[in-house]
Each structure stands twice: as C-alpha cells, then as structure tokens.
Write a protein that binds this ligand. Structure first.
Ligand code: TPP
Ligand code: SF4
Ligand code: MG
Length: 285
C-alpha cells in the first residue's frame, strides 16, 4: 500500500503560493493512500497548463499530453490495459475550450476512467485570459470590457451526456475533495469531477472568500444521487449558493464490457499466433 512519502517526486513545485492546485494534489495523494493502491497500478494523464504539472508532482506513471487531449490519451491507455487505474487531470481551458469536442463523447462511452478538471475559470499558465467557464463580465487582458459569452455549465453537460458519475469539488475543502476523488476512482465507468480551484494570481473574482461564502455540500441536504432530474436542477444552481458533492451516480456497463472480443485482457496479452492477416492485406491491394 502506498504511503504519502512514496508519492513525492524530486521536482521543484512552481505553483504560486496559495494556488488551489495544492488542494487537488494533496486530495489526490490522500485518496490513493486510502484506496490502498500501489504506485504501479496507477497512471495519470495531464494537459497543458498550470494543472499539467500534476504529472511532475505525483510519483506514479504519468503522461504529460498536449493541450486539450487528456481524454483521447486516457481512453487509449484504458482500452489497451484495463488493469490500470487511469486518472486524467485537465484545465478548464484545456477541457472545456480546446478539448471540448472530446468531453461528451468520452462520457457517453462510459469508459472506466476518472477525469478531474482544475476549474480556475481562467487560463493560468498563459497569464490570465478568459475560458469557457469564466464569468460573464470578467475583465482580463484579452477582455478589457468584460467577457461577453455566457458561462458553460460542465456538470449539466456531463449529466445530459449520460454521465454515470458527475460531481463537483472545491480545492479549498481538501478533506471533502479527497472523499470525492476516492469515490470517483472506485466508480466503475466514467467518473467526472469539476473542481473549483482558485487561481490566486489571475482570477480576482472567484477567490477563496468568494467560494467560501457560496459553496455548500449536497450530502448535508439529503440530495438523492440517483435522481437525475434533481441532479440537473442542482447543476443549474449558481449565485448565492453553489452545490458541491456527488450530483449523480448510476451503475451501467462500461465501454469495454461490450468489447467482447478483447475479453477483458490488456491488448498486449491477446494471443495473436493464430491470426493470419494476409487475407486482410490482399483485400487492400
Ligand atoms: C494546441 C495549443 N493551443 C494553445 C496552447 C497555449 N496554451 C498553453 S497553456 C494554455 C491554457 C491553460 O489554461 P487551462 O487549461 O485553464 O490551465 P491552467 O493553466 O489554468 O491550469 C494554452 C492556451 C498550447 N500549448 N497548445
Ligand atoms: S497562475 Fe494561477 S493556476 Fe497557475 S500556479 Fe499561479 S495561482 Fe495557480
Ligand atoms: Mg484554467
């Protein structure tokens, strides 16, 4: 069983002091410990952005992908080797802008992976421009008169894309987030957590104080996680009160359950001695 010390890497942490990413990093490490997973069983994938450094700071297998492509990578890894626990870490611009096209499709396939989005509602690494989840009116260098479009609603999109585990976390409540990450990894199927992650350097609107005044836990209000209608209602709650916790959860066959010919085996272990590819090659000539 892995200990916190084993998950440390020699990489120097370059996140700004107070960045919400620290809560996600610690929450993830604690969840791995509590689940009793071994380092070799886990692979993490990240996109490009401040969040992308997760792969440098957790001592498990890691793949630092390109901007917007966390889900294709995570999907490929899981299909090739279902024995691995695959967790993707994406940024809000990474997933909800550049990688948006992958979002609903990966969710509706119900591939058995976990996606954690570091939603700081801003482009952090490129020094503070708006993203799809930036609030209307948010003034940045690129939007000096305030952001014009309406905010995208990731949890509502996940619900209507047939998500089987849809949750929202807050990195300022690391203990709560640890529990959510643990539940997400245990879930058999696609698990999605949108995590509010304050960017203390470029997002002056959605700060720790802003979230502290608004977030409340669904489990403290007897929310029924099997009620999709109620989950959608909660997904649209925004303003003075913003819910965190599991919005919706259901058990359904995963994508790989229906790939009968691969028989739950890693692709590299499938017997190929008796496979003759000559007829296939001839058909292409
Ligand atoms: C294909 C591509 N487009 C644009 C960029 C430039 N770029 C680097 S990081 C980034 C976005 C970072 O924002 P986000 O995904 O929200 O991550 P954060 O830094 O906030 O964690 C962009 C657009 C890139 N690296 N690759
Ligand atoms: S720029 Fe924002 S998101 Fe990036 S490390 Fe600094 S506080 Fe964190
Ligand atoms: Mg961001």
């Amino acid at each position: 069983m892995v200990a916190l010390e084993d998950l440390k890497t020699p990489a120097k942490n370059t996140w700004c002091p107070g960045c919400g990413n620290f809560g996600i990093l610690m929450g993830f490490k604690r969840a791995l410990m509590q689940l009793g997973l071994e380092r070799e069983q886990v692979i993490i994938v990240s996109g490009i952005g401040c969040h992308g450094k997760m792969v440098n700071y957790v001592n498990v297998n890691g793949f630092h992908g390109i901007h917007g492509r966390v889900l294709p990578l995570a999907t490929g890894i899981k299909l090739a080797n279902p024995n691995l626990t695959v967790v993707g870490f994406a940024g809000d611009a990474d997933q909800y802008d550049e990688g948006w096209g992958h979002f609903s499709h990966a969710i509706r396939r119900n591939i058995d992976i976990t996606l954690i989005v570091h939603n700081n509602m801003v482009l952090g690494l490129t020094t503070g421009q708006t993203t799809a989840t930036s609030q209307k009116g948010f003034k940045t260098k690129s939007t000096p008169f305030g952001s014009i479009p309406s905010m995208l609603n990731p949890v509502a999109h996940a619900l209507v894309s047939h998500g089987t585990f849809v949750a929202r976390g807050y990195s300022g409540d690391m203990m709560h987030l640890t529990g959510l990450i643990g539940e997400a990894i245990k879930h058999r199927g696609f698990a999605f957590i949108d995590v509010f992650q304050p960017c203390v350097t470029f997002n002056y609107l959605n700060t720790y104080d802003w979230f502290k005044e608004r977030v409340y836990k669904l489990e403290e209000e007897d929310h029924d996680v099997t009620d999709k209608g109620k989950a959608l209602e909660k997904a649209f709650e925004w303003g003075d009160r913003i819910p965190i916790g599991i919005l919706y959860k259901e058990e359904k066959p995963t994508y790989r359950d229906s790939l009968l010919h691969v028989k739950g085996m890693p692709l590299t272990k499938l017997p190929i001695e008796d496979v003759d590819i000559n007829p296939l090659l001839k058909s292409m000539m």
